[in-house]
Design a protein around this ligand. Sequence first.
Ligand SMILES: [Zn+2]
Ligand SMILES: [Zn+2]
Length: 335
Amino acid sequence: MRAAVLKNKQFIIEEIEKPDLNSREGAVIKVNGCGLCGSDLVKMFTGKAKDGDVLGHEVVGEIVDINSKTEFKRSDRVALGHHIPCFKCQYCLNENYSMCRHFKSTNIKPGGFSEFIYVTEEHLLNTVFKINDNVTDIEASYMEPLACCLRAVKRANLNQYNKSLIIGLGSVGMLMGAAVNALSKDAYGCDIKKERVELSEKYGFKKSFILEEAEKTLTEMRKIAPEGFDVIFLTAGASSAVDFALKTVRDGGKIVVFSSIKNNNSFLNNDIYYRELTVMGSYSPSPNDLKESLNLISTGKVNLKQLSTLYSLDKLNEAVSDTQSNKIMKAYIQI
Ligand SMILES: [Zn+2]
Ligand SMILES: [Zn+2]
């Protein structure tokens, strides 16, 4: 079967062995498509992924072979998450599912940038979900990234009075706004790109700001949130976003860190202490978040139309460079 195999920070289309059940429990899934995630790019360019790896985890496909005690059957169309928590360890008991060592050790192999993948029985039991007929493959491919955002919003524990600011309006920022609106209300956004600011308002942001000169933007923001925003979701990859988060959060507010940044710019101890700030991270979703995410997509509570640009598997490298250069919001690789 064909797969995009990583070699020297490039994807090369190669013939690799098609996964088989071979009397194992689990299922073989024919991949219909797979979203390209920012974390795939990070893995590619920081060396976290090795030559020979096949990436892609925002998978949508159809079960073509199955040996399982679950109710899934052949020809079921499914979306899936790739990591499974154990639900028993110290991390899981404290709801830090994505820190669970079992979570980190489970994955799909090969990844979704291939024609077929194998999922274990444990995946079928926990992180694989049937897609309703009214949901397109592309919409369903947002199950995992939207679930990541739902988890971040839940961790921020918003109340009805909170105003949230999302710094960075790439696809993740848009999904974060959708998650804020689904679970609470009043998502505001900011980005350096005018098109993204305009797009975000179409996606239900109450208002978004173009980040030209910080002081000018701050003056505009103060008209809406005079003391600053209650919660900041940091989805931008620029290290200056950290400083901007500190300028826009109110005293006593929360900053949810949701992206990695190059020079690891940090929050200062005395800001956190004197301003009574809460700085927290949120990384990856739990099976419950996945389920809730697909449910929001299926019921139309989250609108994801027009976010994706389609590429064929052969054009995966082009999808990577278009994502890097911000030419597109989000790539969906049709297999
Ligand atoms: Zn992802
Ligand atoms: Zn665990």
